[in-house]
Design a protein around this ligand. Sequence first.
Ligand code: DX5
Ligand code: ZN
Length: 221
Amino acid sequence: MKLYASLLSCDLLNIGGEIEALVEAGIDGLHVDIMDGHFVHNIAFGIDAVKQICGAANLPVSVHMMVSKPAHFIKAITCDGVESIVVHCEIGNLPGVLKCIKEAGVGVGIAINPTTKVFEIVDYVEFIDTVCVMGVYPGFGGQAMVPGITERIGCVRSVCGANVEIAIDGGVNPSTTDLVKLCEADILIAGSYLFSGNSGNRVDNLKERIKALCHGVSKKL
Ligand code: DX5
Ligand code: ZN
């Protein structure tokens, strides 16, 4: 299992330092949340932020687009370091958008909101590399994970088979990771839990938190 850090809750005035500390602490990748104020009731990051983050980190970067009409931005947002672009299955013209991501040459992901039925993704399985199961209603960090995530991930796995990676985004902390591990998600995405400790040495603090999240799974630290 891999652990990615969602930068939404990091110290934005020191984002370069946060990325350096995450790299040193052994994080597997970064997750950048793009919000357009329309698909979700919040606004976050953008094309230039993704480019600068990719330039600062020698790590895979997954871009999560909580955007109603992402197609227009996909080419612009694809730069060295972007591993995958994840769009929501709730948007319009999903086949066209997935095609744009494929043409951009990066991993193709779809995210699914807590209230969306899993069968909505069935028609897209052959075109995707990752399903990002939302553990919270998208838009904000620091929310509690919705109930029933284990069953939901099991359901996504049975629909997608073994070749599609499953990520869980939102509400990941030591009290919820056991659930998620049980159902064998491939990637955990954590934001507020990783960044909430601000006492003492940043790297040591992150190492402890990474360990707490990955306890009992095969992540070498
Ligand atoms: C929610 C975002 C998540 C979020 C995770 O809209 O997509 O990536 O930042 O943050 P936590 O871990 O605080 O739930
Ligand atoms: Zn996200």
